[in-house]
Design a protein around this ligand. Structure first.
Ligand code: CA
Ligand code: CA
Length: 387
């Protein structure tokens, strides 16, 4: 169901709108001009073009929908040695804790004593049984070792391994939002295989030939619930934010050890099969352009939050989908802005998007979904400073 039609209206009057930080998370140069552009839009347009009543009824109906539950599947692979087993289990524990905070369904593989069903078959089964076409995301996290023989990348499980190609086949039927994170060595080829629309794929390495034990998974599992990862201070850690912090922590590890880094994590979410490293970003904004005019990676990952803040948690799925679409359009517009961009044309495109976003939050607030409060007040999220 599309919600577009309900939001294409304007009305006069002042807005007490405090936009979601991500919506405003462009360059500092954007901000001073974007605000007056919105204000003038409301000042000049006195006519009510849309139907507020319809929107309110619509939001109320949506609010009655039960929130769908995301699923987190955490797979711990063959550890090879006890020291790795301990580490992998600890990382998986952190993911499980995050899933509990998120009220997500959590399936963990590779821990119970092996029975007649291999971990590979069990994973295939779990994915086969998951809903394919719902709004809530499926997160698949692979923790362990990987291998690459020059042609095929594998994630090493107890018993038969799983290749990127096999996993791509198992995930092919999924229409719901997907996150696949391969924390293993030699994991980069999984990006080539799994990249698709509406998907975020993360690998711990930038090539299949980065063979050494990868530490990225340690830092990513920690970052998912770490205050310091919340760069835009919206009381929740996006997948992009966690990726950026984990990449930085991994890099710091090698620097402190005086060792050459043997891993560079990549993130792909534009479906082009190519990952982007963290050093392409300043804050949460990409400062380099992708080749061939492709939208740079990160626009989708910034919308994924395993543990959402209270406002996000209460937002009806259809409204969130529209909000996400608006935020992506705004981010892409900002990304495309260059020295040759005509400012008038740029703001003419930006304004209606910002206005519609403002309206959406305004109406959510009126409908009782807009109260801003920390999702987890017990740990003071949103109050922390960057490390
Ligand atoms: Ca955040
Ligand atoms: Ca990409």
């Amino acid at each position: 169901m599309s919600v577009t039609g309900f939001f294409t209206f304007r009305r006069h009057g002042a807005l007490s709108f405090n936009p979601k930080p991500e919506a405003m998370a462009g360059s500092r140069m954007d901000r001073p001009r974007a605000a007056p552009a919105i204000a003038s839009g409301f000042g000049l347009n006195e006519e009510v073009v849309g139907c507020l009543t319809a929107l309110t009824i619509f939001l109320a109906a949506l609010g009655a929908q039960a929130a769908e539950q995301p699923t987190l599947v955490v797979v711990v692979g063959a550890p090879g040695a006890a020291e790795y087993q301990r580490q992998f289990d600890a990382w998986a524990d952190r993911w499980e804790t995050a899933a509990r905070q998120a009220d997500a369904k959590c399936v963990r593989l590779g821990r119970e004593s092996p029975d007649t069903t291999s971990d590979r078959d069990r994973l295939a089964e779990v994915l086969r049984d998951e809903p394919k076409d719902i709004e809530a995301a499926l997160w698949l996290v692979l923790i362990g070792h990987g291998t690459f023989d020059g042609r095929k990348a594998k994630f090493n499980l107890r018993g038969p391994d799983v290749t990127g190609t096999e996993l791509a086949e198992w995930l092919q039927p999924f229409k719901r939002p997907l996150v696949v994170i391969n924390c293993a060595s030699s994991s980069a080829p999984f990006i080539n295989r799994l990249s698709a629309e509406n998907r975020v794929v993360i690998s711990a390495t930038k090539s299949g030939y980065e063979l050494n034990f990868a530490r990225f998974g340690d830092h990513l599992s920690a970052a998912m619930t770490q205050e310091s990862a919340d760069l835009d201070k919206d009381e929740q850690t996006s997948l992009l934010e966690a990726f950026l912090l984990a990449s930085r922590k991994t890099q710091e590890f090698y620097e402190q050890e005086g060792r050459l880094a043997t891993e560079t994590a990549l993130l792909d979410d534009n479906g082009d099969g190519l990952g982007t490293p963290a050093d392409w970003y300043q804050g949460t904004r990409a400062v380099r352009q992708a080749k061939d005019e492709t939208t740079v990676d990160g626009q989708l990952a910034r919308l994924f939050h395993l543990v959402p803040n209270a406002q996000e948690a209460e937002m009806p799925p259809a409204v969130r989908r529209r909000r996400d679409a608006l935020e992506r359009q705004i981010a892409e517009l900002r990304q495309s802005k260059g020295e040759t961009t005509n400012p008038d044309e740029y703001y003419a495109k930006l304004e209606p998007l910002m206005v519609e976003l403002a309206r959406l939050y305004e109406e959510l607030k009126s409908a009782g979904n807009g109260e801003s409060k920390a999702a987890k007040p017990e740990n003071g999220r949103g109050m922390g400073a960057r490390e």
